[in-house]
Design a binder for this molecule. Sequence first.
Ligand code: SAH
Ligand code: SF4
Length: 376
Amino acid sequence: MAMTATNLLGFDLEGLVAYCEGLGEKRFRAVQLFRWIHQRGVADFALMSDLAKSLRDKLAQSAEVSALRVLSEQRSADGTIKWLFDVGNGDAVESVYIPEDDRATLCISSQAGCAVGCRFCSTGHQGFSRNLSTAEIVAQLWFVEHLLRGEGKARDQSGRVISNIVMMGMGEPLQNYAALVPALRTFLDDHGYGLSRRRVTVSTSGVVPMIDRLREDCPVALAVSLHAPDDALRDQLVPLNKKYPIAELLQSCQRYLEAAPRDFITFEYCMLDGVNDAPEQAEQLVKLLKGEVPCKLNLIPFNPFPASGLKRSPRERVLAFAEVLIRAGIVTTVRKTRGDDIDAACGQLAGEVQDRTRAEQRMTRAPVVVHRRPSS
Ligand code: SAH
Ligand code: SF4
């Protein structure tokens, strides 16, 4: 194989069509190839029996279907599975498989590290290393889907395993927009994974201009990480708020709903003891959201990690907070914590990221500690 082999996991269908046209092949050949790769999980061109030998040879010269190297796999007693993937140069990212009665969700990473630097997030504490490519984003689903099919974990007649994708792993997906969109299209494509737009969720800390672009380019379900009822507190928890304050963020959510596959936005709210969990703050949140943005609230119990200096809100406090919202008519759920025994919960995905954020940038953030779990 040539040194510069193109990883075909990096193309959505239209991209693969263009690539195949460059090899002098018709569109339907690209469709066949796309189905071999994504629906059947085949990486070896020689096995793609309905492609002409000449095309298989051409592909073998110039292309590859290349998975990420698995550094570790951890299986929780509750069925949750977490993989750590090597993405080169000392960086690694994580994906988490979360089986439930009626669905199976894969939580996917979009970046090695994250530049947003949220106070309560282990990934944020590591700083930013680099964006993942489309191929590296898609490779997470490609690998897990076909691995677990091989283990007989298919959910139904369709033979498919993963029914839902959440872009809630490491990284801020809307700060890696160019790579994200072809990945989303591959998840949605009937010749790819055929997931419905309602079952693919992009979670963002609030990159307002990119929320608007996503609405135009590829509207999927949207989750917005709110975490505070006012700008003063949100500035501290989610530094991106200084650039895109709450009012602007909520306006972009309203615009998003015009094209969204669901008629509500999910707001995520990480419950931090004594920081954002007071009943008065719930009242403030009601004032902020009620009648403004059709939404659901998802309260996430904070998952502690050593360097955060923060604590999880006690259960009663979370329930009292939820009670205020529910009484005001806002649909509110408290997220179950899964995979506790393997540190697979939200915000605990630490990977192993070399912090390449420039030192002077780092200084502008609230106390930053580069946190690395002992390598396993
Ligand atoms: N960057 C995106 C998506 C990845 S984070 C975002 O911020 O939305 C996915 C979710 O996990 C976000 O809602 C985030 O706020 C939450 N989260 C981060 N750290 C957490 C922690 N330590 N405990 C609980 N939730 C956390
Ligand atoms: Fe980045 Fe999301 Fe973590 Fe904030 S919560 S640092 S945006 S990954």
